[in-house]
Design a protein around this ligand. Structure first.
Ligand code: NAD
Length: 353
């Protein structure tokens, strides 16, 4: 097991069983529980099953819709039934849905039990399992109930990605693009190169992306300052995700972020900050990742309604993380509803097939 970031408890491991075992031994836990969704139970859990007692394994339905209070209830009920005490450990084996759900459930059960993340999607590896944010969705609003709570360890084994489909890999790559845009420099030059395609990513790209986020969250764990840059793409991204959630063409989280990133780059250019030339580089990189469904103009107000629920807003003003150029971001509280309408029109136009 090699250390990616000691302070953030991030490890890279080619031998997942012995790495998890060493953490369990070190923690001297009373019991060890596993949380999977039905897909990670099928594809990922078999690599770890010798560690767990059969009755200590919890399996929930997969998908964003199930990152909810009902699943949280199921986990708490199961932990109570098995008489889990405060010295037990919950191991979250899955994508961001599972690391968010398991992390949140663990963070408040008996005022907090320890948990370990074993991320099994690219998105969870480079983003969701890094930085100690946990959450569930409530009343159709994304991540509105949650906590800041650090895992005992996040163990990364890219071997889990072998069973992930292309759409999910692209969804994770969207968050890597976000990190690259915010970081600027080498990461930006490589990932936004016109000949770079998501399938070219390697272990070094993954570690750079993780370290970029880890460095930020280390200085600003509870998002009072520089961590807010990581929300770029998310104000509109979450609104797109919520809007499409109940439609036939629902978006994956990373797809929504990719769309949000492009939309917020356009907003940045509307504010005379990001030069237009960057839109010509960013748009094709984002377009390779998902298929945009046109949002009818009569639904634009619905997007605004979702943006108004954004956790970042304060004193009734919309707060957006925007960008001046790769590597230079800023917070804006001057985005107007009319500019969001204009952005949605631009998105419909730019991303149509
Ligand atoms: N806490 C944070 O900082 C943070 C950051 C970014 C995203 N998130 C959250 O992460 C979630 C999205 O995460 P995600 O994209 O990983 O989605 P996900 O967890 O829903 O996983 C996507 C799908 O892939 C399946 N899957 C997972 N691993 C697999 C594997 N190895 N092989 C085959 N199938 C596999 C899952 O069952 C699911 O159907 C969202 O809820 C988002 O809000 C949280």
């Amino acid at each position: 097991m090699t250390i990616i970031d000691q302070e953030e408890n991030l490890y890279w491991s080619d031998d997942i069983i012995s790495s998890l075992q060493s953490i369990i031994v070190k923690g001297n836990y009373s019991e060890v529980f596993a949380l999977c969704d039905k897909n990670t139970y099928q594809h990922c859990f078999p690599k770890l099953e010798t560690i767990f007692k059969l009755e200590n394994v919890m399996v929930v339905l997969d998908g964003e819709k199930n990152k909810d209070l009902a699943a949280t209830h199921f986990i708490w009920q199961k932990l109570l039934e098995i008489q889990a005490d405060r010295s037990c450990l919950l191991v979250n084996i899955g994508g961001g849905m599972i690391t968010d759900l398991g992390g949140f459930s663990a963070s408040v059960f008996k005022r907090g039990i320890n948990f370990v993340n074993i991320p099994t999607t690219l998105l969870a590896i480079i983003d969701a399992s890094v930085g100690g944010k946990t959450a569930i969705n409530f009343e159709g609003v994304k991540n509105v109930i949650g906590s800041f709570s650090k895992p005992e360890a996040t163990i990364i084994n890219p071997g889990f990605l072998n069973t992930l489909n292309e759409r999910q890999l692209k969804s994770g790559f969207a968050e890597m693009l976000k990190h690259a845009l915010l970081s600027g420099g080498e990461m930006y030059e490589r990932l936004f190169h016109p000949e770079f395609f998501f399938s070219l990513i390697n272990g070094k790209d993954i570690v750079s992306s993780i370290r970029f986020k880890a460095e930020i969250v280390k200085t600003d764990f509870t998002e009072q300052g520089i961590r807010r840059q990581l929300n770029i793409g998310h104000s509109l991204g979450h609104a797109f995700e919520s809007y499409f959630m109940d439609k036939q063409s629902s978006l994956l989280h990373g797809e929504a972020v990719a769309a949000g990133l492009l939309a917020e780059c356009y907003l940045s250019s509307l504010h005379d900050e990001l030069p237009n030339v960057y839109l010509e580089i960013i748009a094709p990189a984002v377009k390779q990742l998902f298929h945009w469904q046109t949002i009818p103009e009569e639904h634009f107000a619905e997007i605004i309604r979702f943006i108004n629920q954004d956790k970042k807003n304060t004193h009734s003003t919309l707060q957006f993380a925007l960008i001046r150029k790769p590597g230079e971001w800023f917070m804006s509280n001057t985005v107007k509803e009319s500019e969001i309408f204009q952005t949605l029109e631009w998105m419909n136009d730019t991303l149509k097939e």
